[in-house]
Structures are given as C-alpha cells and as structure tokens.
Design a protein around this ligand. Sequence first.
Ligand code: 23J
Ligand code: MN
Length: 263
Amino acid sequence: MTAQSTLDTLGTMLLSGGVRVVDLAGPLGPETPLLKLPEGFGDNTPPIEVHKISEYDEHGPYWAWNWLKIGEHSGTHFDAPHHWISGKDYADGYTDTIDPQNFVGPVNVIDCSKESEADPDFLLEVDHIKAWEAEHGEIGAGEWVVMRTDWYKRNGSEADFLNNDADGQPHSPGPSVAAVEYLIGKKIKGWGSECIGTDWGQAATLEPAFPAHTMLHANNMYGLASLAQLDQLPAKGAVLIAAPLKLVQGTGSPIRALALVAG
Ligand code: 23J
Ligand code: MN
C-alpha cells in the first residue's frame, strides 16, 4: 500500500465514519482546573479570563469576538522541552521550533483506571508497563504513551481534580522515576496524563523531583497534561494528534488533542 493510497483511504474513512475523531481535550474556560504549585515554589499560572470585545453590538455590529488571558500550561496542554531547566538548551524545544512531524503518532494507552480509583496515589511502575506490553505489544520508538486513569471525570471541579489533602498536598496518579526512565529507553515521543500535570501528585517528594518533567524534557521529549476521554481509546492502534499553538519561544500551549480511532 502506498502512502497516497493510505491517505486516500483515510480521507474516505473519515467521511464515512469508519475512522472516528475522538476529542481528548477537556473544556477550556474560567472553570478549568489549574495547577497550584507547592508553597515556596514560585508564581502560579493566573486564572483564565475571557473578555468580550463585541457580540453584534455597539462594539462591533456584525461580529462577535473575545480576547483571552491564559497561561501556556492551562487545561489540556502540551509541555515543550524548554518548559523545564533540564530541556532548556534544545533549539527545537519550543512550541514554534518543534518539527510538526512529532505532533502526530501512534498512541499506547495504559489503562490504570481501576488502580487509580482504588488509590489516588497510584504510582505506575515498570512492571505494570511490562505486563501491559506482554498483553498488547511493545511500545515503539516515536510513539506516544498515555496513562488512562479516568481522572478527567473530575475536571468539572478543581478541588476533585487537584485532590489536595488537609495539608494542601495533591494526590493524583502518575509515573515512578523508574517508569519514566523505562519509557525514555523506549525512545517514545512523549508521555501524557489525564491529571493536572504529567507527574504524579506527590512528585515533589521523588528523586529527582518531578521525574516526568525533569527526565522527559532532558531527552527532548514532550508532555501532555489534563488529557480527557482516554477511555474512548483502544490500548493500541489509535493515532494521536497533539499540536501546540505556534507560540514564538513558547514553553507549552493549550491543545485540542485528538485521536483517530477505527470503527
Ligand atoms: C510549572 C512548575 C511545576 C509543574 C508544572 C508547571 C506543570 O505541571 C506543567 O503544567 O507543566 S509540575
Ligand atoms: Mn505543563
């Protein structure tokens, strides 16, 4: 099968619904949950604001438009390598300099929904990934890997989504240091989570702290955060499209993450 005939078939299948486009983004607006850094870590991303310019009124009689105030790392979003100090020196580590070929690729979906429901502090370990590979096939170079936790079902409430305890400590599932190391060894494209960030809720206590951020970006790999509806995807076989805005020297961007899925 040639590349062109594959694309012709894809076009036909998209029109017929034989290939479906699955929305992997959550709603983006003033109610979207936002990251709260641990005390003393620095400034937080500000609340999202939507300001009306006009809506068929004296400010613009025939047109409606808004302007936005929004942090790069808000809602369903992309982490570029320059987001973290470990990835700061990659010339192609910004939203406008990453090769767009890297935004699209096969996606491996590791289902941790039951474990995460039983334990919000669920830490994904290498053995779990290896067991997943034994069942579904190996994770390949250049592929996306995402952690299904069904955590997106909490995204209507910032308190439920962040899941802070009485001491303000966040509790949400994520990968261990060894798991991130293992995925980097597989030469993946990037790692995605349904939680507020790519790291485990308690990742500030790990060594290194925030291993998904620290280690992925050190290797010029990408992060996807606050993904939604991963329960709509097969373990293997879907194609993920995760393209950030072409922000000049951007460290990340909200995305409308999409997956192409058979049937
Ligand atoms: C800034 C500082 C720490 C973290 C983050 C942002 C994120 O999770 C993010 O959105 O990339 S952990
Ligand atoms: Mn981010």
